[in-house]
Ligand binder design. Structure first.
Ligand SMILES: CC(C)(COP(=O)(O)OP(=O)(O)OC[C@H]1O[C@@H](n2cnc3c(N)ncnc32)[C@H](O)[C@@H]1OP(=O)(O)O)[C@@H](O)C(=O)NCCC(=O)NCCS
Length: 253
């Protein structure tokens, strides 16, 4: 399934999940100082400390914006104030919501690149998302040789040269979205599983020799967040209907 750039719609006021729905939010991280300030006020101490550690002001602002908007969005699903939410992190750094235990589990994953963030939100199923800008000056060949599988490298090399750059970034987001959904980071060797990457091929996890049951466990979906960007959503399970929302800043509400 593909979601195109024009499909990013204004979200409804009342956010609920109908069965099989997965929501993806596109967020513009460039914000006015006052918006950023009100989002910063929703962050927890550990997040503020992390923000302080960024060397570049722009990176700090984007981190605060992405975290603040994540809290805002999740708070809207849960009817809670953004600053009340607590996150915990697994051994590999994947954040999740701390919940009381009895309620439906809201799952999420975030990716940011060059001032845009995507946030995937699901109910009771794991999710991973990855976004990359297609950088024309990026020499992808060596990275592909180190991190893509032999199958993926063969597909990449078989493409006309002018299509390889985009195919590389497409494949990269499919691999990252999958490992982010699993949540075990780079402890999953990127070159040990295959994804599709050729132009026009639907997003898919094709083969994982050491873990063949993984192929049927996950659905990969291509997202088109902008003209020079590629993104992939990986969702647990085989049925999903994706709704794409454009986040509109309402001052932390
Ligand atoms: C997680 C990871 C895939 C991030 O990829 P990236 O392209 O650099 O960054 P993205 O913008 O796509 O994603 C960053 C977001 O992913 C989320 N994230 C962090 N760790 C994650 C993980 N293990 N799995 C899934 N999501 C993760 C966070 O929300 C993070 O946002 P934040 O930086 O605002 O907190 C990569 O850094 C990674 O694999 N890290 C784990 C390293 C590891 O295995 N360490 C071993 C520890 S023992």
């Amino acid at each position: 399934m593909n979601a195109h750039v024009s499909d990013w719609e204004i979200p409804p006021n009342n956010l609920i999940f109908n069965s099989d729905e997965v929501h993806v939010w596109r967020v513009d991280l460039e914000m006015t100082a006052s918006c950023l300030q009100s989002l910063q006020e929703t962050l927890y101490t550990d997040e503020l400390k992390r923000a302080e550690r960024f060397y570049f002001q722009n990176d700090r602002a984007h981190f605060i914006a992405a975290r603040g908007v994540l809290r805002t969005i999740l708070g809207r699903y849960l009817n809670r104030n953004p600053d009340e939410l607590r996150f915990s992190y697994n051994h590999y750094g994947k954040p999740s919501l701390v919940t009381a235990g009895s309620e439906d589990k809201l799952c999420f994953n975030v990716s940011h690149s060059y001032g845009i963030a995507l946030i995937g939100v699901t109910q009771n199923r794991e999710v991973g998302i990855d976004l990359e800008r297609i950088r024309k000056d990026f020499s992808y060949q060596q990275i592909a040789e180190s991190f893509f599988s032999p199958f993926e490298n063969a597909v990449l090399r078989s493409l006309p040269v002018h299509l390889q750059q985009k195919a590389f970034f497409t494949g990269w987001t499919r691999k990252e979205a999958y490992i982010k959904a699993v949540g075990k980071g780079l402890s999953i060797p990127l070159n040990k599983f295959d994804v599709t990457l050729a132009p026009g091929e639907p997003a898919a996890l094709l083969n994982f020799q050491e873990n063949p049951q993984e192929v049927s466990r996950w659905t990969l979906i291509e997202l088109i967040p902008g003209s020079d960007m590629v993104a992939t959503l990986a969702v647990e399970g085989d049925r999903c209907q994706v709704l794409c929302w454009q986040f509109l800043n309402r001052g932390g509400k």
